[in-house]
Design a protein around this ligand. Structure first.
Ligand SMILES: NC(=O)c1ccc[n+]([C@@H]2O[C@H](COP(=O)([O-])OP(=O)(O)OC[C@H]3O[C@@H](n4cnc5c(N)ncnc54)[C@H](O)[C@@H]3O)[C@@H](O)[C@H]2O)c1
Length: 294
């Protein structure tokens, strides 16, 4: 039987990139609340300081590392900050990623877009992992690397071809690195969020008031993601709860990927063809075998 210690991160040191905002901040605060000492690795100095203050205010330990994770020299300083402050690294969360507001057809994507999306979605995963893993190996008692990608790594997204390409690469990176680091008991997994209300994606502000009554029908679980949904997945992957889980991705998506093109209508019926009301599964006139929404 697992007791409460299975969710404990006592004695662990975690680096969380982008740890001062959005999903990263929730992960920083949640890890600290479960006993980890947290390095809030964040480009925005004020956000880093606010997050550290919030963690310390609850009596937990954190240190800020103001860093642009796209820069190798700054990433090396980030690792040095972790070692100076806490002497070890047990958990690395490669959380930074951004679509940079670039939403146009691939044929309009220029080389600068491609480079910028590569740097902010994939290149830093190389720098941060390369910088932290030797220390984790040297410690000799395992560890956990958690990469945050996106549900768009598992389905197509028009207007974001480059973003989805670099995030899909994270899936392969996660799988292959898990094999290499398995013998050292360093687990490597990923989290793929569907739309989650954050600084980058303030979806609750984007939806016009007149459309808000449709939110419950967008995903099987009937809402957008929250940063705490992501923090819960990260805690699972960081802790002993996932001791035998490596090389995989948690789809944090309210069931969106399982639904594929299906979604619910206000009647409660399911459809993958909104043009054909009468054929919806569970619609009153769908016949005796179509009644899964009844
Ligand atoms: N929010 C969503 O709907 C959503 C959906 C799918 C995937 N994701 C992924 O989740 C992760 C977190 O997204 P979010 O929405 O919380 O983002 P966010 O922009 O709200 O927060 C990111 C944080 O990282 C910091 N940051 C950005 N660039 C940095 C850099 N180069 N170096 C250090 N810090 C940096 C920012 O200052 C900010 O505090 C990303 O990888 C993103 O692609 C988010």
């Amino acid at each position: 039987m697992l007791d409460r210690s299975a969710t404990s991160l006592d004695g662990k040191v975690a680096i969380v990139t982008g740890g001062g905002g959005g999903i990263g901040r929730a992960i920083s605060e949640t890890f600290a609340a479960h006993g980890a000492k947290v390095v809030v690795a964040e480009r925005h100095a004020e956000r880093a300081a606010e997050t550290v203050a919030a963690i310390e205010g609850r009596g937990h330990a954190a240190v800020a590392s103001v860093v642009d994770v796209q820069r190798r020299d700054e990433v090396e300083s980030m690792v040095a900050t972790a070692l100076d402050a806490y002497g070890r690294i047990d958990i690395l969360v490669n959380n930074v990623g951004d679509f940079l507001g670039i939403t146009h057809r691939f044929i309009k994507t220029d080389e600068d877009d491609w480079e910028a999306l590569y740097n902010i979605n994939l290149k830093h995963v190389f720098h941060c992992t390369k910088a932290a893993v030797p220390q984790m190996i040297e410690q000799g008692d395992g560890g956990s690397i958690i990469n945050v990608s996106t549900i768009e790594a598992f389905r197509g997204i028009p207007g974001n071809v480059a973003y989805s390409a670099f995030n899909t690469a994270i899936t392969g990176f996660t799988r292959s690195l898990a094999l290499e680091l398995g013998p050292e008991k360093i687990r490597v997994n990923a989290i793929a969020p569907e739309t989650t209300d954050t600084l980058q994606v303030p979806v609750s502000q984007w939806i016009p008031p007149e459309n808000r009554d449709r939110i419950p029908y967008l995903t099987p679980l009937g809402r957008y993601g929250t940063v705490d949904d992501a923090a819960g997945c990260a805690l699972f992957l960081a802790s002993e709860l996932s001791a035998w889980v490596t090389g995989t991705t948690v789809h944090m998506d309210g069931g969106a990927l399982a639904a594929g093109g299906f979604y619910r209508l206000p009647s409660g019926a399911w459809t993958n063809n909104p043009l054909v009301d009468a054929g919806a599964i569970g619609a009153p006139d769908a016949g005796p075998d179509g009644g899964i929404g009844d």
